[in-house]
Write a protein that binds this ligand. Structure first.
Ligand SMILES: Cc1cc2nc3c(=O)[nH]c(=O)nc-3n(C[C@H](O)[C@H](O)[C@H](O)COP(=O)(O)O)c2cc1C
Length: 191
């Protein structure tokens, strides 16, 4: 089981990264191979809707193919994002949008073959204490997971409350939930 953590915060050492690390530790300690990508480290521009992949077989010059191939190679995806204006971060949204390059224009069938049946989950960090604020983000991700050309198996989510760096790790119950979420990935059997 290969688990890919997709870290979508603008702070590489912030709450989102901390909580994702806990989940990946849970997955690794339960036997999974884990990898984390920090989206800040990649140059992935917003979608141009250029359809160059269809015409030339490849995306134009940015790091998208690297990230795409890591997503394709993983059996499980943990999408870790801070809540920004009640939805996913821009870094995360750009990756979701760029999935459409392969999905719509290159080949939906090829895309589905690469991604179908993966386990997927969400880790969200936010400052506001009410989980009502998170419902829009969770609803969006649930629809993404269930989309006909994704068909990912939803392993759930963890919400961490945090403002300044390090605060989310002070909430024991949240840390436990993130660790358990990671373990679920290791125990996941596809099909
Ligand atoms: C641009 C921006 C928008 C934000 N929007 C929200 C929001 O809508 N609701 C909320 O509870 N927190 C919001 N926050 C706070 C962050 O979600 C919170 O501090 C989170 O823990 C940051 O994660 P990080 O430590 O990984 O950077 C926002 C922060 C930023 C920078």
């Amino acid at each position: 089981m290969k688990v890919l953590g997709i870290m979508g915060s603008s702070r590489r050492d912030g709450n989102t990264n901390d909580l994702l690390d806990v989940a990946l530790k849970g997955a690794a300690e339960a036997g999974a191979d884990v990898e984390k990508i920090i989206l800040l480290d990649y140059n992935i521009h917003h979608i141009y809707n250029c359809q160059d992949c269809k015409r030339r077989g490849e995306c134009p010059s940015d790091d998208w193919p690297i990230v795409r191939d890591k997503i394709f190679a993983a059996d499980g995806l943990i999408w870790a994002t801070p809540l920004y204006w009640y939805t996913v971060s821009g870094l995360t949204k750009v990756v979701l949008d760029r999935l459409c390059c392969t999905m719509y224009w290159y080949s939906p069938e090829y895309f589905l073959e690469q991604v179908k049946g993966k386990a997927a989950a969400v880790i969200v960090t936010q400052e506001e204490k009410s989980f009502e604020q998170t419902q829009h983000l969770l609803g969006t991700m649930k629809l993404v997971f269930g989309y006909e050309f994704c068909q990912w198996v939803d392993l759930g989510y963890v919400i961490g409350i945090g403002g300044s760096r390090g605060t989310v790790l002070k909430i024991e119950e949240t840390v436990r939930q993130a660790y358990e979420l990671g373990r679920k990935f290791a125990q996941f059997k596809s099909g």
